[in-house]
Design a protein around this ligand. Structure first.
Ligand code: SAM
Length: 281
């Protein structure tokens, strides 16, 4: 386990995944009934963008800093508001005081009746996560393999909620593992909302992944992708996606507004763009 998210916090991929994550949570909170948020690969929760790791790569400069400084129409501002509220204002460089990872984002947005289950396998990062998240009676933090948790903790007692799966993709078989873990969780809890993050490098691999997902969930699927430049199989990460199973009503429509804007703000070269596809792919 070499991957440390602190080097990448607030980059274009984080911005994309967290903007969508916040839209899903906002939708689920329209009902008063309690919900569960299961984060299988939680990271450390909150990131200091002035810290050594983030400063060494500076990836946040082409991510959250651009978003903070960009012009927003009232429609875009409204769609981003729940997420940006969790970040607070940016400084003159567009750097927030700290960058909220997925656990801190969910912690800030969720209500007293909701519950959070956060899993992180790295022995150092789980302790950092616990420190960053503080005491919160709604929350459990577990030093456990996220794929095992995915199977063990569904369906949650609340019977509604979101499973967010955000693996590091260090292993060559990560797509395979992710697809299989999702299939077995879905068999136990077919009505949950699942958001699965993935890199986009080799289009064939990604297309196969979606074909597998679509088969499992009978096409109840939304495919969202954002590329800041043209991806290539052996190149660095410039494109990524979220596969959303049982997508909330309105999410595709919101994505059609939000993603083209984000795509433009984050673009870094030829090949930048977004993809939004719904249904049996
Ligand atoms: C991309 S980061 C997560 C970022 C976080 N979801 C966010 O949005 O702020 C992936 C995390 O998964 C952790 N990890 C790697 N393999 C894992 C596993 N099998 N189970 C749980 N966590 C794992 C890594 O240590 C890393 O902190």
């Amino acid at each position: 386990m070499n991957y440390r998210h602190a080097f990448h916090a607030g980059n274009f991929a984080d911005v994309f995944k967290h903007a969508i994550l916040a839209r899903i949570l906002a939708y689920l909170m329209r009902k008063d009934a309690p919900l569960r948020y299961l984060d299988t690969h939680a990271g450390v929760g909150r990131y200091d963008l002035a810290g050594d790791e983030a400063m060494r790569t500076g990836e946040w400069r082409d991510g959250i800093a651009r978003v903070m400084k960009a012009e927003r129409s009232p429609e875009i501002a409204a769609l981003l508001a729940p997420w940006l509220k969790t970040l607070g204002p940016g400084d003159e460089e567009g750097k927030p005081e700290s960058y909220t990872g997925s656990p801190a984002l969910a912690q800030a947005m969720l209500r007293k009746q909701d519950r959070l289950t956060l899993c992180e396998l790295h022995p150092v990062d789980i302790e950092k996560l616990r420190l960053a998240m503080g005491r919160d009676h709604r929350m459990k933090t577990l030093a456990i393999d996220g794929y095992i948790a995915l199977n063990a903790f569904v369906p949650p007692a609340e019977r509604r909620g979101l499973v967010f799966v955000d693996p590091p993709f260090e292993a060559v078989d990560e797509f395979d593992r992710l697809g299989k873990a999702f299939a077995s969780a879905y068999a136990k809890w077919p009505t949950g909302v699942y958001a699965l993050w993935h890199p986009v490098k080799d289009a064939h691999i990604v297309n196969d992944f979606y074909r597998g997902l679509a088969e499992v969930c009978d096409g109840k699927l939304l495919r969202l992708e954002l590329a800041v430049a043209a991806p290539s199989p052996d190149g660095r990460l410039v494109a990524n996606g979220l596969a959303i199973i049982n997508p909330p009503f309105m999410l595709a429509q919101e994505a059609r507004v939000l993603l083209p804007w984000l795509g433009k703000v984050l673009a870094n070269g030829p090949g930048a763009g977004v993809r939004i596809e719904q249904g049996p792919l």
